[in-house]
Design a protein around this ligand. Structure first.
Ligand code: ZN
Length: 467
């Protein structure tokens, strides 16, 4: 089985708007099942990829975003690593069962896990790291053959012309490395992840989508997205050209993307409502970690990103906790009620959706936020800075950014024993791992929460005998 993971690609781009520059994908779709793939809550690469390839929800994994607190501190200073996952990934499950597995870049992939095969670490690999492959010697061999391997690009740097070339170069090299590794042995399962699609959306969405509030038809970057998707298709075509006629192919993405409307300044809002107290008013754009917060008088604070994680400052849990544990339930209700009344810059309800992790997940582990808040169904980000005169910013406070995440990614399954086009209803990301195991004739381990697609939608996907 060949698994191609394209970060943040929504169904409308892969199936429709970019189809004319993607002949290889188009051809594959003619004989494949396809569906929108509903992402995780929250729809972010981390937790979405680990959920896709464990079959376990974010709460049970204890992964709620790209950064986490250590020991209930007031900053998010820990980047999740492969070893943080409490359950084995699909790659580890298959390894234990004797499959030969090759993986390039699938998150969480740093440090690269020891599997029965080879693993190249993911886009969260720290700059300058040399422990990026399993087995370790693969790192030097890749650099010798292909030059410097690029894990990610700085997509909010603002240099749009340079970035387009960097994206193309990164992706070209990724597929070259994947193609080379794929050819090294007859793998049972081979997977590659490309982060560039997500970076493209963040950096260039407003240049190609007339629905973006800042779209300008005369802009110089109107063709960047199509050029990039064409390059991705070339890379995919290269891999498809290497597999035999019995190989199944899966193309998946972890979440969608859509135009960004701006940022909501959650900590300025909390400050105005008296939940957060500062000793000195921060200058506009001060990162929250740098603000002079009076923790003895603060009951709640928020983290920035595609959604807001709200943490209460609880006595006995936080270092300078100010809220008694018995007051937390009332605080939660009050805060949720007030957030629900926030109006957008046009005076309409912002539509803040406030949920507690316990409402979403089968279990809640690790550094869970006390509340999760989505603004305008994800169209507005949560600002990680404070001191702004207005509660809404037109731009992302962390640098130029055009896109936010959407709920639906893609699911494409080409199965030689069912080579015809079929559109399935929306599938759930947690069901991908049990589906792959089903296709391989394997039974999922008991801790897997998702179900295989035949169970979910009643589609007849035959399960052959295991190799
Ligand atoms: Zn992603």
């Amino acid at each position: 089985m060949l698994i191609i993971g394209l970060d943040g690609v929504p169904p409308e781009l892969l199936f429709d708007r970019m189809a004319d520059v993607m002949p290889n994908v188009r051809r594959l779709l003619r004989t494949s099942r396809r569906a929108p793939l509903r992402s995780t809550d929250p729809p972010l690469s981390v937790p979405a990829w680990p959920v896709m390839f464990t079959g376990v929800d974010p709460g049970t994994l204890g992964v709620y975003g790209f950064r986490h607190r250590s020991e209930n501190g007031y900053t998010l200073d820990h980047i999740p690593q492969s070893g943080d996952l409490p359950v084995p990934t699909l790659w580890e499950i298959l390894s234990q069962r004797g499959y030969r597995v090759g993986v390039v870049g699938m998150p969480l992939g740093y440090p690269p896990p020891a599997i029965n095969g080879a693993y190249v670490s993911d886009f969260l690999t720290p700059a300058g790291a040399t422990d990026t492959t399993f087995p370790a010697g693969l790192h030097a061999e890749i650099e010798r053959r292909f030059g410097r391997y690029v894990f990610d690009v700085s997509f909010r740097s603002g240099e749009r012309e340079v970035l387009a070339d960097e994206l193309l170069a990164m992706t070209d090299r990724r597929f070259a490395v994947a193609s080379w590794l794929l050819g090294q042995e007859p793998w049972d399962v081979f997977a590659v992840h490309e982060i560039g699609t997500d970076r493209l959306h963040h950096a260039y969405w407003k240049y190609f989508d007339p629905a973006h509030p800042e779209f300008d038809p005369e802009n110089p970057y109107a063709e960047v997205a199509r050029r990039y998707y064409a390059a991705v298709d070339t890379g995919i075509g290269r891999l498809l050209g290497q597999i035999d006629e019995r190989t199944r192919v899966l193309i998946v993405s972890d979440h969608g993307a859509m135009p960004m409307h701006g940022c909501f300044c959650i900590n300025d809002w909390l400050e105005r409502r008296g939940y957060l107290v500062v000793r000195q008013p921060p200058t506009p754009g001060t990162p929250f970690e740098k603000a002079d917060v009076d923790w003895s008088r603060t009951s709640a604070w928020g983290a920035g990103g595609y959604y807001a994680r709200i943490f209460f400052n609880i006595r006995g849990r936080e270092r300078s906790g100010a809220v008694a544990p018995e007051e937390v339930a009332a605080l939660r209700d009050q805060l949720a009620g007030e957030l629900g009344q926030v109006l957008d810059p046009a005076g309409r309800p912002l539509g803040a959706r406030v949920v507690a992790p316990s409402e979403l997940y089968e279990s809640v582990r690790g550094d869970a936020p006390d509340l999760m808040v989505y603004f305008g169904d994800l169209k507005w980000r949560s600002a990680g800075t404070m001191g702004h005169p207005d509660l809404f910013l037109a731009e992302n406070d962390t640098g130029p950014d055009d896109a936010v995440h959407g709920w639906d990614g893609v699911f494409v399954l080409y199965d030689p024993s069912h080579a015809r086009a079929e559109t399935l209803p929306t599938l759930a990301i947690r069901d991908v791992t049990p589906t792959i195991l089903h296709l391989l004739g394997e039974v999922p381990p008991a801790h897997v929460q998702g179900r295989s697609i035949p169970e979910v939608v009643g589609a007849s996907i035959p399960s052959p005998a295991a190799p």
